[in-house]
Design a protein around this ligand. Structure first.
Ligand code: PEP
Ligand code: MG
Length: 566
């Protein structure tokens, strides 16, 4: 049994097909006819864009618009003036196109992969994907495409790139195993969109497994069993049936309200990163958007989006969601999430540094643009503004002052907006938790960001393996903080939600019901499951569980107790 990262739920049983990497070696020639070489490079770029657009169209059908967008992002990358300029500069220095593409892509890959930020790291994979396609075109090699694998295949590859998967027939693919990639990598996103079980980051998978070998992929547990015994096969066949049955059962929650067993209504909304993701929320039956991480609008470009661009993006989400609530978080950038054009200084402790609202309040022009775009878009739906990483009251006061100033500007310009737009706070720092009583008097709503709250409360850098055992929302310190925040919100009648990953944790749900959480914001694909999990408990049952849990002293005791009931 092999264990790695479970990235897309479900159980697949099938035959291994190893996708071998192409040989992209070339002879680095000195070029005499520079003009011709540049033309050769440009032809390759043109062909790349054409192929990629076609592949994106196919992906739109088999997965969704969101996945197709990943590919369209590759076109933007290839057309990037800096990247193009560098490649042409090297060709002008008599390097052949292959050598220039290879050198420049390598440079970007090194820069992107040297950060700790998952998203920036992911861009290294994108560049590698683009490089492979360009090199194939320049070398006249046919690119790998797994569109036509036979039924019952488990795809095993070093990495699965969006260009490889375009046109994939999901009914033929039982599972995906790759050597690289984490839960947020493109391979993971694709696998989830296609509902194919996937285990990623399995070291040396292409060597350990052999073509034609039977294999079981458990995408929830991150387990791969090669050449399984009869007993394992029957165990996992049963598991697969159970999983598929449960998935089918979840369908009965479509279109229903989110209610506890005794009929207490709560809100169940989705987290998104890009405007188009709002379609996902609608498809998954979310009741609104609980967190739109706007930093994605600022990435993959060489200057900040204009007011108009942002207005279009926010308006799009508002319109997709119709009158449903849309909580848009203002820019949470800085620290380890570097954006080159923002010229952030390298910091010793990025998580304790110049990020989110701290950065925005010191870069007023940038923030003004975002807030104005948000206010203008508020005329088109139920938009609410959320401020990240608040640690003191002044930050909220300052943001609110900026908002009222922008409202006056809009009045003078005769531009409509929602005069009663709500301004809420993310509670994701111990400081915000400790002054939750004060913040609750000033904020229109709270949303608990358990991803950061857990890290900051436990003083744990998530990327540090040596201390990751402390990173859990079930630590008594984190649970007490959550209970306290909700209590403070209730005392002021301030609606309180949760948008960190913990909101979808089935073991946490009875505690959240007992504490009185009003809104759960989860990954769209978890909406139905969360609705079901909420319906499993009455308030009285949840209170009983919470009473015991909150009297326990350690995370281990708490998890043990909860796992006996859930
Ligand atoms: C959080 O911190 O819980 C959160 C939702 O924000 P992010 O994961 O974007 O930091
Ligand atoms: Mg956060």
């Amino acid at each position: 049994m092999l264990s790695a990262t479970g990235a897309s739920k479900g159980i697949g049983i099938g035959k291994v097909l190893i996708i071998k990497e192409q040989d992209l070696s070339f002879e680095a020639k000195t070029i005499e006819n520079i003009e011709e070489e540049i033309k050769r490079y440009k032809n390759a770029v043109e062909a790349f864009c054409k192929n990629t657009e076609e592949a994106a169209e196919k992906l739109k059908e088999s997965a969704s618009e969101k996945e197709a967008e990943i590919l369209m992002g590759h076109i933007l990358m290839v057309k990037d003036p800096y990247m193009n300029g560098e490649i042409e500069r090297l060709i002008n220095l008599n390097q052949c196109a292959e050598s220039a593409v290879d050198t420049v892509c390598d440079m970007f890959i090194t820069i992107f992969s040297s950060t700790d930020d998952e998203l920036t790291k992911q861009r290294a994979t994108d560049v590698a994907d683009v490089r492979t396609s360009l090199m194939c075109l320049l070398l006249g090699i046919e690119e790998i495409n797994i569109a036509n694998v036979p039924k019952g295949t488990v795809i095993v590859a070093k990495d699965l790139t969006p260009s490889m998967t375009a046109g994939i027939k999901k009914e033929n693919v039982e599972g995906i195993i790759t050597e690289t990639g984490g839960k947020t990598s493109h391979s993971a996103i694709l696998a989830r969109a296609l509902e194919i079980p996937a285990v990623l980051s399995l070291e040396n998978a292409c060597e350990i497994l052999s073509d034609g070998e039977q294999v079981i992929v458990d995408g929830a547990e991150g387990i791969v069993i090669n050449s399984p015994e009869e007993s394992q096969l029957s165990e996992y066949t049963q598991k697969r049936e159970k999983y598929l049955k449960e998935k089918e059962e979840l369908k009965k929650y479509i279109g229903k309200e989110t209610l506890t067993k005794d009929g207490i209504k709560v809100e169940l909304v989705g987290n998104i990163g890009k405007p188009d993701d709002a379609n996902n929320v609608v498809d998954c039956d979310g009741e609104g958007v609980g967190l739109f991480r706007t930093e994605f609008l600022f990435m993959d470009r060489d200057k900040a989006p204009t007011e108009e661009e942002q207005f279009d993006a926010y308006k799009k989400v508002a319109l997709i969601m119709k009158e449903k609530p849309v909580i848009i978080r203002t820019l949470d950038i800085g620290g380890d999430k570097d954006i080159p054009y923002m010229h952030l200084e390298k910091e010793e402790n990025p998580f304790l540094g110049f990020r989110a609202v701290r950065y925005c309040l010191r870069n007023r022009e940038l923030y003004h643009t975002q807030l104005k775009a948000l206010l203008r878009a508020s005329a088109f739906g139920n938009i609410k503004i959320m401020v990240p990483l608040v640690t003191c009251l002044n930050e909220l006061t300052e943001v609110k002052e900026m908002i009222s100033q922008i409202k006056s500007e809009l009045d003078n310009e005769n531009i409509s907006y929602n005069k009663n737009i709500e301004v809420g706070v993310m509670i994701e720092t111990p400081a915000a938790s400790l002054i939750a009583d004060l913040l609750a008097k000033e904020a229109d709503f709270f949303s608990i960001g358990t991803n950061d709250l857990t890290g900051y409360t436990m003083c744990v850098d998530r990327g540090n393996k040596n201390v990751s055992y402390l990173y859990s929302p079930f630590e008594p310190a984190v649970l007490r903080s959550i209970e306290h925040i909700i209590k403070c919100a209730k005392a002021e009648n301030t609606p309180v939600g949760m948008c960190g990953e913990a909101a979808a944790d089935p073991m946490l749900i009875p505690l959240l019901i007992s504490f009185g959480l009003d809104e759960y914001s989860v990954t769209p694909s978890s909406v139905l499951e969360t609705r079901k999990n909420i319906s499993n408990w009455s308030k009285a049952e949840a209170d009983k569980i919470a009473q015991t849990v909150m009297s326990l002293k350690t995370k281990e005791e708490i998890i043990e107790h909860l796992s006996t009931i859930i």
